[in-house]
Design a protein around this ligand. Structure first.
Ligand code: 8DG
Length: 140
């Protein structure tokens, strides 16, 4: 009788996609409203990639839900940043707003457009630090 094989289920890492949106040399930063542990911390708009979605489709959906805008998703910004003890990664993309669309804080407490010399003026989520470090080169 063949020996029973123990097949280890591959651990899938959840992907959180987020958007660097730059307009007139300023990047959009958003203040989280929930959950309580991270409320008041700042992030790039985005959220979880749902099953069957590409990163790009998920990010466009999140931008519509959170900001009420239509976008074109462009190049990656920074590295994949491990989250939740390696069970998830934060993956950030440069995103362009479609003509005429203006972001509104539909799910965040507030939003700010930060110039290069204002990047340290908000309390970023820890995982965002390596992404923020890439921004001075993009904010000219
Ligand atoms: N959107 C976003 N999430 C971030 C960033 N940095 C960071 O650590 N995170 C973390 C916070 C959360 O634990 C997780 C994103 O979860 P979320 O609650 O925004 O995702 P979601 O919109 O899909 O929410 P839900 O459906 O679970 O309510 O990633 C960032 O810059 N943007």
């Amino acid at each position: 009788m063949p020996q029973k094989q123990h097949v280890k289920t591959p651990t899938s890492r959840r992907v959180i996609v987020a958007a660097v949106i730059i307009v007139d040399g300023r990047v959009l930063a958003c203040e989280r409203s929930a959950p309580p542990e991270v409320a008041g911390r700042w992030e790039f708009p985005g959220g979880k990639v749902e099953p069957g979605e590409t990163d790009q489709v998920a990010l466009a959906r999140e931008c519509a839900e959170e900001l009420g805008v239509r976008v074109e998703v462009g190049d990656r910004v920074g590295p994949d940043v491990p989250l939740a003890h390696g069970r998830a990664v934060l993956r950030v993309f440069a995103v362009r707003l479609l003509e005429g669309d203006v972001p509104r804080a539909l799910e965040h407490t507030s939003m700010r457009w930060l110039a290069k010399d204002e990047l340290d003026s908000v309390h970023w989520l820890p995982a965002d630090k390596p992404i923020v470090a890439e921004l001075p080169a993009l904010l000219t």
